[in-house]
Design a protein around this ligand. Structure first.
Ligand SMILES: Cc1cc2nc3c(=O)[nH]c(=O)nc-3n(C[C@H](O)[C@H](O)[C@H](O)COP(=O)(O)OP(=O)(O)OC[C@H]3O[C@@H](n4cnc5c(N)ncnc54)[C@H](O)[C@@H]3O)c2cc1C
Length: 383
């Protein structure tokens, strides 16, 4: 985080920092993981939307600020350092880039502006029981009947489906031939009759995830993105954006910074060379990740897809999130054990550290497991 910025970028950073200082609501709270309080999260996102900063990686024509890669990086860093959580990724960093590339004009006009204003919230209907890592085996069926698709099937692990206005879904439109070629990408209104959401409580004790059952759900054909059968190509493009955003460099800096403060305040931990070395190792790894992340952001800002580097970012970023939360929990000792709050004499970084540690076990699973990302990279090296 010791980059040399131009005078213009330094001025931009000062502007963002001042705005964050005045506008981050106390109750939003820092997080690496999935936000759990809908109203505070939505109010925060709408506030950013009103400022024109919610869709901060988007060009102006679709409701973003049209920032350079450096400005995007500065904004995300200042957001994290101000203790504000990342915004919901499904509309902003997954569907948004997909519609810009594969959507028709009507879809862009209808769906992108409300995402950029924080008015419509999306969820992701990819995974199914039996189709996670082997996603192309998905079975949710969409059969065309005149001007509608009739959708039947089940999605699982659907993050925040219970908050969402819409779901983007991978569905099977052709059961014959190679399985990748029979998949299509549909936009579905969650208020459509035939959609049932059942909650799944995760190991951190929260309800983030759901099962989504679709029974005879009627979806207008104009909600098909791209061509019928093009869903797999679109899905892969979306996943590169998802994996890049999962790296979470800025939030890891925030969490590591808080850990540094807690250790400095502790007369025993601050004198322990093993602790010092542990923190230094985490910091060096984070700096290396940051530079790879910057290279990827630069590509995206130039209109190129993130590419296979996103798999490396996802692996290393999530390993670091887990390692930092593990250090917070272990160095907190007894102080980190209470699940939600810490005793008054315990540094706040240790409050909820065990809960965060437990949630972040999932980070090497979601967005495609880290084992699968290693397969992706291994295939790349065979070329
Ligand atoms: C917190 C959380 C949020 C999620 N949110 C969403 C969401 O919003 N929308 C959505 O669609 N999905 C979501 N998912 C689902 C996620 O994408 C899948 O869990 C993930 O792709 C793995 O699929 P699976 O759970 O079926 O595991 P499996 O595919 O059954 O894998 C089980 C284990 O086997 C390993 N494995 C499988 N195949 C291979 C292979 N070929 N080589 C090496 N190892 C292999 C895996 O790495 C893993 O360790 C979420 C998951 C979690 C945990």
């Amino acid at each position: 985080m010791n980059l040399d910025f131009s005078p213009e970028d330094q001025a931009f950073r000062a502007e963002v920092r001042a705005w964050m200082r005045d506008n981050v609501p106390q109750q939003v709270g820092p997080s690496i993981g999935i936000p759990s309080h809908k109203e505070t999260q939505f109010a925060w996102e709408r506030k950013l939307g009103a400022k024109g900063w919610l869709a901060y990686t988007w060009p102006k024509e679709y409701g973003g600020p049209g920032w350079t890669a450096t400005q995007q990086y500065i904004f995300d860093t200042e957001r994290a350092l101000a203790g504000a959580p990342p915004c919901g990724p499904f509309g902003l960093s997954m569907l948004g880039p997909v519609l810009m590339r594969y959507g028709n004009e009507a879809q862009k006009q209808r769906y992108l502006p409300p995402i950029a204003r924080g008015e419509e919230f999306w969820c992701q209907g990819y995974s199914e029981p039996g189709a996670g890592s082997d996603l192309a085996s998905l079975k949710t069926r969409a059969v065309r009947e005149e001007d509608h698709y009739i959708v039947n099937g089940q999605k699982i692990w659907t993050t925040q489906a219970h908050w969402a206005d819409f779901i983007f879904c991978l569905v099977r439109t052709n059961p014959d031939g190679p399985k990748q070629q029979g998949i299509s990408f549909l936009l579905i209104d969650m208020a459509t009759p035939g959609i049932e959401i059942r909650p799944i409580t995760t190991i951190d004790g929260h309800h983030h995830l759901n099962e989504v059952f679709l029974t005879d759900v009627r979806v207008p054909v104009e909600n098909l993105v791209g061509e019928e059968g093009e869903g797999w190509t679109i899905a892969k493009y979306l996943l590169t954006h998802e994996r890049t955003s999962i790296a979470g460099v800025a939030d890891s800096y925030y969490q590591l910074g808080r850990l540094h403060e807690a250790v400095a305040d502790d007369p025993v931990l601050s004198q322990d060379p093993v602790v010092t070395r542990r923190l230094a190792t985490l910091e060096v790894d984070l700096m290396a990740l940051e530079y790879t992340n910057l290279r990827t952001l630069d590509r995206v800002a130039k209109g190129q897809p993130p590419g296979s580097e996103s798999s490396g970012l996802k692996i290393k970023g999530t390993e670091l999130q887990q390692a930092i939360s593990e250090a917070q929990m272990e160095l907190g000792g007894l102080g980190a054990l209470p699940w939600l709050t810490a005793a008054e004499d315990v540094h706040t970084v240790f409050a909820g550290a065990t809960q965060r540690y437990n949630f972040l076990r999932a980070s090497s699973i979601y967005g495609g497991t880290n084992e699968i990302q290693k397969n992706v990279l291994a295939k790349l090296l065979q070329l």
